[in-house]
Design a protein around this ligand. Sequence first.
Ligand SMILES: Nc1ncnc2c1ncn2[C@@H]1O[C@H](COP(=O)(O)OP(=O)(O)O)[C@@H](O)[C@H]1O
Ligand SMILES: [Mg+2]
Length: 508
Amino acid sequence: MAHPGAWSTQQLAEFLAAVSSFDGEASAALGAVERAAEALDAEVVAIVRGGHVVASVGYPAGGAPAADLEAVARGVSHQLAVPGAGVCPATAVPLEYPPGATLILARSGSERLGPEEISLLHGMARATSLTMGMLRLLDDERSLRAKADRQAIEVGRLLARLTERQSKLEWLANEQAALRRVATLVASGVPDEQVFAAVAEGVSRVASADIVQMLRYEPDGSAVRVAAWDPQSQRLQIGARVPASELALQIAAPVVVEGRLWGVVAAVSTRPEPLAADAEQRVADFTELAATAISNAHARAELAASRRRVVTAADDVRRRIERDLYDGTQQRLVTLALKLRVAHDTVPDDLPELRDQLAPIEEELASLLDEIGEISRGLHPAILSKGGLGPAIRALAGRAAVPVALDVAVPERLPESVEVAAYYAVSEALANASEHANASAVEVHLEVVLGNLLVHVRDDGAGGADPGRGAGIVGLRDRVEALAGTMVLTSPLGEGTSMLIELPLGRG
Ligand SMILES: Nc1ncnc2c1ncn2[C@@H]1O[C@H](COP(=O)(O)OP(=O)(O)O)[C@@H](O)[C@H]1O
Ligand SMILES: [Mg+2]
């Protein structure tokens, strides 16, 4: 040691190096008091703050006299009772950090600290303040960073949850779309097979199943496959019979139609993991739609059958009236007309008044016969039964009050109910064209296309036909639909009227 100043600078440097190597405030404080005691050969060194001992050396563990130390810190006292050394002079140096803390040193012997020692103690106090302040900053930063990390984790978790929600939402939207598709098919009354196929596909989606089949139970306990979703192997045949014993199913939702167990929708996953727990409920939504479609189809079929019965019964009645008119009334009137002619011819020449009276009666009778002929033709034209649709339509066109352009290309005979419906359709359309349309021309077109008879009648009249205002078009539609046909009426005001009818030949 060259001189005391260099000596204390060296010591201060060592002190700073030692104290700053601690990584916590408490351990740094303890290190600081230990090093200070060593450097200045003191019995006691302590740091106090607000009546609380932050760190101390020279007292038994937990035995530092806080009140005495505080008194020295506040300058009230300048000595301390030191264990094993009696009362010793004490020196206090305030610390900048922690705020309000004081470094206290007590050394035995009467000798007070020299100026070099005092300045070393001050240097140590500054080094301690610096270190502890820095550690606090580091600590704060560490906890801030930990907090930031925690927040990052939390944000990550939130993001994950959001993503999960989103995919759940997409999943739900998907399910919704599949359900809507099936519901739309049900509502539009497409054939059951189309609904069933959509159900099978929809179920595969919502249940994440690889194979889905829809089976209708037969009375013998077996089942018939009515729809299948099996894109990988495509081995499930529609219409095939499935013995009950063969049905090893992962989930199965019953199809209940009007309270009766109609069939089942079965979904299978070929992957090892089981299907989702709520898959069954999801599948149930689809099977409900399928059941609705089935019961709608029943209702439609029953309605069509009952319409067919009504139309057929009405046709029978018309035919009977026509026969009665033709065989009975008309024949009698013809006989009467003949008798009248004979009477007319045998009236003596000297009774001209009588002859004059008979003449109008004869005319009346002739027009009555015409009228009855007209009526019976309208009821059930004999020409339709005898010659088929072509000649009957030509006869209609010939009698029409409006010029008719005919384009009839149909087989000689078609199913009777189809011929009758087509005949009434053309007859009604021609009557409307002359009664309501004020048309100058009508086109009539008949043709068989893909197993359907197409009947198209178009006039160039006023348009604005409204089935609600009469009975003709409504009755016609009933008749057409009873035969599972369709009718499209287009009649914009001022643009004429078009009536397009399609009648399937299969069910005639
Ligand atoms: N070709 C047509 N052109 C213009 N209006 C028509 C035509 N056909 C029908 N209409 C209108 O639609 C109504 C309904 O027709 P319809 O059902 O045949 O009953 P009806 O002929 O017994 O009045 C008619 O009363 C008429 O006002
Ligand atoms: Mg009419």
